[in-house]
Design a protein around this ligand. Structure first.
Ligand SMILES: Nc1nc2c(ncn2[C@@H]2O[C@H](COP(=O)(O)OP(=O)(O)OP(=O)(O)O)[C@@H](O)[C@H]2O)c(=O)[nH]1
Length: 620
């Protein structure tokens, strides 16, 4: 903490520029003299803290007398009534501080000037030096005028506060200016003998202040964002309907942080069915470039709006009006399947973990009337939930879209709320077949963990099963989460195939499995092998040392294939290069390293398989 001070009075007669040391207790209010001189006959000496809102009154008091760290004052609430604080550091130093709310009104009949100024020793008036201080000076003038009339003995101390953010030149200028103007105005009022003492003060020392305050303006962008799928106006004020993004680096950069605001909230709301969109933001404080060498706050709206299709709203009332159109919303395309949870239970709580919920799964192409613009709104979710997501070229007619909606009761009828969606691209498979590839797959957070992902994937599968033109189904860059889901669904389905019976699994992976999985379930060869490993693990008696070892070897043999390739490449290179060239071309691993790596890979896989089998067991 530092109190900066001016040593001399260069600002004309009648004013004393007091010195003010770091330790408040050595300052003007300490020492018997002051206390005796200003003592209040009704009790302890009283010091009043006055000034405009947010000038720093409570912070000064908390830091000086209550050991609050300066950074914590950033979160002080505005004072809205007089707060009286008893200070008793020793039997000598005892007084009261009355912290006044910034908006105190002397003309309010409840403001008892006689009582307040009457028994008061000193009045500290705080002026925020980083602010435009015209209003503060007017208030100072009014305060001094009122107080002096009641109590001509009162001492007036003016704290030109928050000087940490000012350059040295700026500080001197502020002090001179405030001094001069306060003097002139009081002279005009006819007060020529009031002594005002001026101090340059701050609760921060300059360098740590800057660092800490800059820090306080950096916000986690995932935390700042609030999503909602709004069904009714009350959802806006209901925290339970809020969900968060999983990532925001595609909008706010690798660090997923936003600079320049305190208590920033970004609201990205969609109506639950039609996905009409609202974008809003609010914050308690924005960084002032004058204080931070020109550093400006990030342009939050400018980062998000280019990603939103035209038509989004920035006025919440306008957005809520569009809820009226939700009743006419019908999901696009063809209804492929329905799905229910908690059937027969009729509790109706919002989150409704116990309530019956009904879902419908649809499929369509971009030709579906009005789906093009719907998809533009829909795909904005990808930015926050799918890594490296890119918006697709919907003009390519080989895209298929799958959507899940909750069909929920409303006003005696029902409405639809979006829960998730997937896109699938119909690739060619040589010579004349089609190989659909699942590209984007998303179940929104409020609808996760109720089986909708598995339902969506199964619906996609079923939509292709009967088509003999479809070779098998692949997945583009599957995330870990999607891999888990796919393993579960594929293993669950493959269990029903005779080629995956327990006996056959124990005999090893074979062509029949590949053919069956492809023909019956459109599972491709690589995935068929993975499913085999999962199901064989389930069928393996882990207590039987030999059986377990045979399983591990079988998996490790597959894992070793790339190493074998490396070894044969090495042999070829050995023939073509001399020893030196060979060393600089290849860093072949030793046998021990290879075994260690294989073991690690195996352990990771086994863990994944265990998770899949746990889920399978739980859904039996
Ligand atoms: N830069 C800077 N900021 C400060 C300093 N002292 C206080 N502040 C900040 O100023 C803001 C307002 O502080 P408060 O102490 O709540 O102000 P107040 O005058 O009590 O405000 P009201 O209760 O509304 O009358 C807070 O965010 C503080 O962190 C300072 O010396 N330097």
């Amino acid at each position: 903490m530092s109190y900066e001070q001016e040593e001399e009075d260069h600002y004309g007669p009648g004013y004393e520029v007091g010195s003010y040391t770091k330790d408040y207790n050595d300052g003007p209010y300490d020492g018997e003299n002051d206390l005796n001189l200003n003592s209040n006959p009704e009790g302890k000496p009283r010091i009043l803290l006055m000034g405009l809102r947010r000038s720093g009154k409570s912070s000064i008091q908390k830091v000086v007398f209550h050991k609050m760290s300066p950074n914590e004052t950033l979160f002080l609430e505005s004072t809205n009534k007089i707060v009286k604080d008893e200070i008793s550091n020793s039997s000598f130093v005892q007084f009261q501080i009355w912290d006044f709310p910034g908006q105190v009104d002397f003309f309010d009949p409840n403001f008892d000037c006689e009582m307040i100024f009457g028994g008061c020793g000193a009045l500290v008036f705080v002026i925020d030096a980083q602010d435009d201080y015209i209003d503060a000076l007017m208030k100072l003038n009014l305060t001094v005028t009122r107080a002096y009339k009641v109590n001509p003995n009162i001492r007036f101390e003016v704290f030109i506060h928050k000087v940490d953010g000012l350059s040295d030149d700026h500080k001197i200028e502020a002090q001179r200016d405030i001094h001069q103007r306060a003097n002139d105005e009081l002279m005009e009022e006819g007060f020529d003998s009031v002594n005002l003492s001026f101090y340059l003060t701050s609760i921060y020392d300059h360098s740590s202040y800057k660092k800490n305050v800059l820090q306080s303006f950096i916000i986690d962008s995932n935390e700042a964002l609030d999503f909602k799928l709004v069904r009714e106006p009350s959802d806006v004020d209901n925290d339970e309907t809020t969900f968060k993004p999983e990532m925001s680096h595609q909008i706010f950069g690798e660090n997923e942080s936003i600079f320049g605001y305190q208590n920033l909230k970004i609201s990205l709301y969609y109506t639950a069915g039609k996905l009409n969109t609202y974008l809003g933001m609010n914050y308690s404080k924005k960084v002032d470039p004058k204080q931070f060498e020109g550093a400006t706050a990030d342009d939050v709206m400018g980062a998000i709006t280019p990603k939103l299709p035209p038509g989004y709203m920035t006025n919440l009332d306008d957005f809520l009006v569009t809820l009226n159109k939700e009743q006419s919303f019908k999901p696009p395309g063809e209804l492929l399947s329905t799905y229910s949870i908690n059937k027969g239970t009729n509790t109706t709580d919002y989150k409704g973990s116990a309530a019956e919920k009904n879902f419908e799964l649809y499929s369509c192409t971009i030709e579906e009337p009005s789906f093009r613009s719907y998809h533009e709104r829909l795909q904005t979710f990808l930015l926050w939930y799918v890594d490296a997501a890119s918006f697709i070229d919907v003009d390519d007619d080989r895209w298929r879209f799958y959507l899940i909606f909750e069909k929920y009761p409303c006003d005696g009828s029902h409405r639809y709320a979006l829960c998730g969606y997937a896109t699938v691209y119909l690739y060619f498979a040589y010579p004349n077949k089609t190989r659909p590839r699942i590209s984007q797959f998303l179940v929104l957070p409020p609808f996760q963990r109720v089986g909708l992902g598995a339902e969506l994937l199964n619906t996609i599968y079923r939509s292709f099963l009967k088509d003999s033109n479809i070779l098998d189904i692949t997945v583009e860059d599957p995330s870990e989460e999607f891999t888990r889901l796919r393993d579960f669904v594929d293993a669950q389905n493959s269990k029903k195939l005779s080629s995956y019976s327990k006996e056959k699994l124990q005999q090893g992976f074979n062509a029949e499995m590949v053919e069956d999985a492809q023909r019956e379930l459109k599972i491709n060869k690589k995935q068929a092998r993975r499913v085999y490993e999962i199901l064989r693990f389930e069928a393996t008696n882990l207590a039987d040392v030999e059986e377990y070892r045979a399983y591990r070897l079988d998996v490790k043999r597959r894992l070793n294939i790339p190493y074998q390739k490396e070894a044969s490449d090495y042999k070829k290179l050995q023939k073509a290069l001399n020893a030196e060239e060979l060393r600089s071309t290849l860093s072949t691993s030793t046998k021990e390293q290879r075994i260690e790596n294989l073991d690690k890979q195996y352990q990771m896989l086994e863990n994944e398989y265990r998770h899949t089998l746990e889920r399978l067991a739980a859904t039996k």
